[in-house]
Every structure is written in structure tokens, then in C-alpha cells.
Ligand binder design. Structure first.
Ligand SMILES: C[S@@+](CC[C@H](N)C(=O)[O-])C[C@H]1O[C@@H](n2cnc3c(N)ncnc32)[C@H](O)[C@@H]1O
Length: 243
């Protein structure tokens, strides 16, 4: 896919504004467009934290908070769970959901940028980011800052779209991304730009070993990848083994 690189970077810098517009329909579209697989992806993310009922959790680009809520549910809770996002409307929705679910005492939401995370160095055991790193203009800068927030032996778990290795599955998936997703996205959210942006970023964002290299460049060690659902998404895990 041909892209105008300068325009693409500028779009990424203001990607949060798209979510600020579509926040009311975001959760519904997420479940619909992933055919409900998003629940399974978050559950798998939870199993890779290696924690059971303790530790400090930081979720970047938390949006409406579904990763936080899922990790709290499947990991048996954390000592503290913090969600950070640039979109005020997405965060407000997350706060409303936490009150509704009786979780408002367990979580804290902060308006902030994943490139310069407003939390203390070395204060978290797990840092997660689901479908956020693709929206960052320089992923390595964000990954370095994510690493900074972690205590020694802390884990970063990044869940992001990828493309299937199998050529046939890849072309079917690209067809879905280019022609089906923007139409459904527009019908439900009324915002065609949002879902065109989504398919454009998925197609050009580095995945698999290329993304592992970015994690290593940011200082993570023991980096691993876990492709899910025929490779349409991948979870990447990296450890902060030294200060
Ligand atoms: C696709 S949503 C993902 C939300 C959530 N993690 C999930 O899995 O449903 C991407 C989120 O990234 C946020 N975002 C975009 N750029 C950001 C940045 N620089 N720092 C923090 N959040 C950002 C958007 O506001 C949006 O809520």
C-alpha cells in the first residue's frame, strides 16, 4: 500500500481525536469488527502477565478500559491498576464503566500521552498496550517510556494487529480490512475516516519479528511473540531485566 509518510505521521499524532469522536460506539464496533474475538485476545493477554492477584498494572492507550477490566477479572486483581489515554471522552466512558461494574475503587484513569507517561519511573510490574502502539508516531520512543515505568523484571505486553503469514488468509484478511471494515465502521459510527485510518495503519505497521526488533531497540529482553486468530493480531512480550 502506498502512503504519504509525512501525512501518515501527522495523522498518527492526532489519532486520539478520532477516538474522542467515536467513543460512544467504540466498544460495540470493537466486538462486532473482531467477531467477538477481542474477549479471547484480552484473556490471553491476562494469562501472559504471570500475576495472580497482586502487582501494579499500567494500561497505556486504555481507551474505554476493557483491557484493565479484563485483566482485573482474569488475573484475580492487582494492588493498583492505572489506565492512561489521550482522549478525554474515551476515559470518561471508562470511568462510567468502572462505576457501573463496582470497580471504581480498584482503578485510576489519567489523561496522558504514551510518549511521555505521567507516572513515576520503575513503579509498575506489568505494562500493557492494546491497539495503541500503531497510533504512535515513533513506537520506539513510546516503548522506551513504557520500559521506564516498569520495575526490574517487569513485563510489557503489547497487543496489536498483524497480518496472517499464509498468503491466501492474508489476501482474504486484506479484502476484509479494505472493503468491509470501513463500510461497517461508517454505518455504525458515522465516521468513515476513522475506519479508513484503521485499515491503513494495520497494513503498514511492522509486525512479527520486525516489531520484536523495535522492542529490543527500546531495551526489552527475552522478547517473544504470540500470534492469535490465524495471525490477525499478535501479543508481544518483553522483560525489563536490568535497570
Ligand atoms: C484502538 S483504541 C484502543 C483502546 C483499548 N486499548 C482497547 O483495546 O480497546 C486506541 C486508543 O489509543 C489512544 N491514543 C492514541 N494516541 C495516544 C497517545 N499518544 N497516548 C495515549 N493514548 C493514545 C486513543 O485515544 C484510543 O483510546
Amino acid at each position: 500500500m502506498d502512503i504519504d509518510h509525512g501525512k501518515y505521521i501527522e495523522e498518527k499524532k492526532s489519532a486520539w481525536k478520532i477516538f474522542d469522536r467515536i467513543y460512544k460506539k467504540y466498544d460495540l464496533l470493537n466486538h462486532l469488527l473482531s467477531l467477538g474475538f477481542d474477549f479471547h485476545w484480552r484473556k490471553k493477554l491476562s494469562s501472559l502477565t504471570g500475576r495472580k492477584g497482586d502487582g501494579m498494572l499500567l494500561d497505556l492507550a486504555t481507551g474505554t478500559g476493557d483491557v484493565l477490566f479484563s485483566l482485573i477479572k482474569h488475573s484475580g486483581g492487582f494492588n493498583k491498576a492505572v489506565g492512561v489515554d489521550m482522549s478525554f471522552n474515551m476515559l470518561s466512558h471508562a470511568v462510567r464503566k468502572s462505576v457501573k461494574r463496582g470497580k471504581s475503587g480498584d482503578v485510576e484513569f489519567i489523561l496522558g500521552d504514551a510518549n511521555s507517561i505521567p507516572v513515576k519511573t520503575g513503579s509498575f510490574d506489568i505494562a500493557t498496550m492494546a491497539f495503541g502502539i500503531r497510533n504512535i508516531s515513533d513506537p520506539v520512543i513510546a516503548l522506551r517510556d513504557i520500559r521506564r515505568t516498569l520495575a526490574k523484571d517487569g513485563r510489557a505486553l503489547i497487543l496489536e494487529f498483524s497480518l496472517p503469514e499464509n498468503r491466501f488468509l492474508k489476501s482474504v484478511h486484506l479484502f476484509y480490512l479494505r472493503y468491509f471494515l470501513p463500510v461497517i465502521g461508517k454505518l455504525i459510527s458515522g465516521d468513515v475516516e476513522a475506519y479508513r485510518y484503521l485499515n491503513k495503519t494495520i497494513e503498514v505497521f511492522p509486525y512479527g519479528d520486525k516489531f520484536i526488533k523495535l522492542m529490543e531497540e527500546a531495551g526489552f529482553t527475552e522478547c517473544e511473540k504470540f500470534p492469535l486468530t490465524m495471525g490477525v493480531v499478535t501479543i508481544y512480550r518483553g522483560i525489563k531485566t536490568n535497570g
